[in-house]
Design a protein around this ligand. Structure first.
Ligand code: AHG
Ligand code: MN
Ligand code: MN
Ligand code: MN
Length: 306
């Protein structure tokens, strides 16, 4: 279907907002929520007592971030569907694009006070959707500084997100610090998840090669580890494991958005065999092995696993 046909089709669905405008509105909401989520973290370092659809322990902070973002994203004009790591199935919220979020990525880092993030994918298709249907993706990184990465068809930018300290206003100020991010030509860092004894032999031998060439940067939260690769070039992977052939990370709200960002920044993303964005969507919480970073390193990975 050509683009013009598609836009005609969009008018018939009653959604006449340009997809990039909807993406920007979604990230306006995510940026505004970031300081509130950050302020809520210290008091929500406890387990909520519930598990999520992936069978993981849910922290009180996961619940807070999910509830805050669900309401606000659902109210964006042009958003029609909402899905989250913490919710069983997507919610129909009207007419328009589908948004899948990881409200708090790396929440196990809360107790050890290390980086965490919020991941967002905006799809022009019902969920579960192919990464090829992404029209935008991004993440907030709750690091020493709160930053937000936003990727659209126009490229990848980085913003610093601050709470306006002036008592009279409660605004959030956003400053674009990188207008168009490209992965550096020479890769520098790597970070691999899972336990070495659980890595399949082919991945382990690839890892040994990479370890002899690059510097280890692994913080245990995908967003922080991917931001290292986006900044310095290199490779992040949460690979297939002997007892978990689909790895740990979820396609809809972790792997696809990260793959979109890294590819828009000139890198590559693979499940070990194919581009992440081509992985057929089956379930909202389906897991996929994720390897992202400098194209040369991802090419070597696919050769190693072939
Ligand atoms: P989440 O906190 O959203 O469930 O994601 C956690 C993920 C990801 O952030 C990270 O790369 C990975 O879990 C780390 O897993 P291990 O603890 O097994 O290293
Ligand atoms: Mn989780
Ligand atoms: Mn996550
Ligand atoms: Mn999460």
């Amino acid at each position: 279907m050509s683009d013009t046909e598609r836009s005609d089709d969009r008018e018939t669905t009653g959604v006449d907002r340009d997809p990039t405008a909807v993406v920007e509105s979604v990230f306006d909401v995510v940026a505004d929520a970031a300081p509130e989520i950050r302020r809520a973290l210290p008091g929500r370092r406890v387990e909520s007592g519930a598990d999520n659809p992936s069978g993981e322990t849910v922290m009180a902070a996961d619940v807070y971030a999910d509830d805050l973002l669900a309401d606000r994203i659902a109210s964006v004009e042009g958003v029609g569907e909402f899905a989250s790591e913490e919710r069983e199935s997507p919610a129909d919220v009207g007419d328009g694009l589908a948004v899948a979020i990881d409200p708090l990525d790396g929440s196990s880092n809360l107790r050890s006070n290390n980086a965490m993030g919020t991941v967002v994918g905006v799809y022009d298709a019902p969920l579960p959707a192919s990464g090829r249907d992404l029209v935008g993706a991004g993440y907030v990184l709750y690091g020493p500084i709160t930053t937000m990465i936003v990727a659209t068809e126009d490229g990848v930018r980085e913003e610093v997100v601050e709470t306006d300290s002036d008592a009279e206003t409660t605004g959030v100020t956003r400053t674009v610090v990188e207008k168009s991010i490209e992965l550096p030509d020479d890769p520098t860092v790597y970070g691999f998840g899972g336990r070495v004894p659980d890595w399949p032999p082919a991945f382990e031998s690839y890892a040994r090669e990479i370890e002899s060439e690059l510097k280890l940067r692994y913080g245990g939260a995908m967003v922080g580890d991917v931001n290292q690769v986006l900044t310095y070039g290199g490779v992040f992977a949460y690979p297939a494991l002997e007892d978990a052939p689909n790895g740990k990370l979820r396609l809809q709200f972790e792997a696809n958005p990260i793959a979109y960002i890294i590819e828009q920044a000139g890198g590559a993303a693979s499940d070990g065999v194919q581009d992440i964005l081509d992985v057929p969507p089956e379930k909202v919480h389906q897991r996929v092995p994720l390897h992202v970073g400098s194209t040369s390193l991802i090419d070597r990975l696919e050769d190693a696993l072939a």
